[in-house]
Design a protein around this ligand. Structure first.
Ligand SMILES: Cc1cc2nc3c(=O)[nH]c(=O)nc-3n(C[C@H](O)[C@H](O)[C@H](O)COP(=O)(O)OP(=O)(O)OC[C@H]3O[C@@H](n4cnc5c(N)ncnc54)[C@H](O)[C@@H]3O)c2cc1C
Length: 410
């Protein structure tokens, strides 16, 4: 079969790859995008629980505070294509957006497919050719890209963008191929770790309470020295392996230093009440249920699933009559409600993480172009890079900004 030709081949039709291909094609480049799933944007379509938190409507300084490692590397890309540019871009493609709590931006339709479809149509209009198949290797000649080898043959090109995503949710297509391709070209891949991921605990109370959710609680993550690394009000859930839910995923992004393990989470079950107010509340409840057993007096304070655990942890025998509970015992219960502790063994595997932390070392990439410093004509964009952010639309913005920058510099 004779080799196909393009000025640029973009490997990966996710958020970053589609943005890179579109940007380059709009500049008049002849672009082929290779995607090994049956359609583009498989992960993009499940983001934000199917609603797609497209970006965060904030300035670049605030944005960079939400990138815990290698934030500086993104400075140029974000200034060139900022969250405001992302919003204007999707509106210009006919996708109206709205901004919710925490400056999180979503399509008005609450439908992630609208974002993916808008990108696909724009690529089509700009003349991007999509090839569905597996890209296997980048071929170089004299230190410069000369072709991309796909399962069905070579595509000759002078530029290639590796936008194959991370190692998370491999069923969406991000199988980690790009790391192998990058290593084969001499690039360093820093250790891959899960981030925004559920956490495992050896505490049997978690399994006992599996499926039980907590709303309006404050979760604080403590390192081994008892230092708080994260604290936030929100929701979480117990599971058979430990804990999950928005608060837990966010907390996991702060567990970046293994030397500070083991970590522990402390849940304030009554964050709206300080100790004095909570004590008054306990006294009121105990007065209301004064003739009951202690085990039957907690129903106004905690969910049914949690009550047996609270009773056990408080050390107060369940058959104690409420009017016989001592002040000291009440204080023990109060402390438990303000600080319910769960030991953390570690994160779930990277395949279950929302994002992959670690990746192609940013030291070997020019932040003003996304071009490799090792191979001419080789570019990187998106989650494959050793950058990741907290939740709130920041990770997709990294894909948009780095994809745009690669597309501009091909
Ligand atoms: C459940 C979930 C929800 C999320 N929600 C949000 C959210 O609301 N907001 C947010 O900001 N971030 C969210 N994220 C993170 C965000 O989706 C990713 O950071 C982003 O998709 C990364 O984009 P990417 O283009 O780098 O990689 P991907 O989107 O993973 O795209 C990579 C593409 O490359 C293709 N590919 C890989 N290898 C090859 C190969 N060898 N040949 C051809 N094609 C290949 C893959 O099939 C895939 O289509 C979420 C992630 C998950 C898992």
């Amino acid at each position: 079969m004779s080799a196909r030709k393009a000025e640029a081949v973009v490997i990966g039709g996710g958020a970053a790859g589609m943005m890179a291909a579109l940007t380059a094609a709009r500049r008049g480049k002849n672009v082929i995008l290779v995607e090994h799933e049956k359609f583009c944007g498989k992960k993009l379509r499940i983001t934000g629980k199917g609603r797609c938190n497209v970006c965060n409507d904030c300035d670049v300084r605030t944005f960079l505070k939400n990138v815990p490692g290698n934030a500086k590397f993104l400075y140029s890309a974000l200034n060139r294509f900022s969250p405001a540019d992302t919003m204007a871009f999707f509106e210009s493609l006919g996708v109206p957006l709205k901004t919710e709590r925490g400056n999180r931006v979503f399509p008005v339709s609450d439908n992630a497919h609208d974002i993916a479809r808008a990108l696909e149509s724009a690529m089509k209009r700009a003349g991007v050719k999509i090839v569905y198949g597996n890209a296997e290797e980048i071929v170089t000649d004299g230190g410069a890209v000369s072709a991309v080898r796909c399962a069905d043959g070579l595509i000759e090109c002078r530029s290639a963008v590796i936008a194959t995503g991370g190692a998370s949710y491999p069923l969406t297509g991000s199988t980690g191929d790009g790391y192998r391709m990058a290593r084969a070209l001499g690039h360093t891949v820093t250790p891959l770790r899960p981030s925004l991921v559920p956490l495992e605990s050896d505490d049997p109370d978690c399994a006992e309470m599996q499926g039980f959710s907590l709303k309006n609680v404050t979760l604080t993550l403590l390192d081994r020295n008892g230092k708080a690394c994260y604290s936030e009000l929100g929701e979480m859930m117990f599971t058979h392996f430990g804990v999950t839910g928005p608060l837990v995923l966010s907390a996991s992004a702060h567990m970046r230093d293994d030397s500070l393990a083991p970590y522990e989470i402390v849940i304030d079950l009554k964050p709206g009440l300080d100790e004095k107010k909570l004590d008054a509340r306990l006294l009121r409840d105990f007065e209301k249920y004064k003739n009951r057993d202690y085990a039957n007096a907690l129903s106004d304070l905690a969910g049914r699933t949690m009550i047996p655990v609270l009773i056990r942890r408080s050390g107060i025998p369940g058959d104690t009559k409420v009017n016989a509970v001592t002040r000291e015992q009440r204080q023990t219960l109060l402390r438990l409600l303000k600080a319910f502790r769960v030991s953390i063994r570690g994160p779930r595997p990277v395949a279950e993480a929302i994002v992959t932390s670690g990746g192609v070392s940013v030291r070997e990439i020019d932040p003003r172009s996304m071009e490799s410093k090792l191979v001419r004509g080789l570019f990187f964009a998106g989650e494959i890079l050793d950058v990741d952010a907290y939740t709130g639309g920041f990770n997709l913005q990294i894909a948009w900004s780095t994809g745009h920058m690669a597309g501009e510099n091909i």
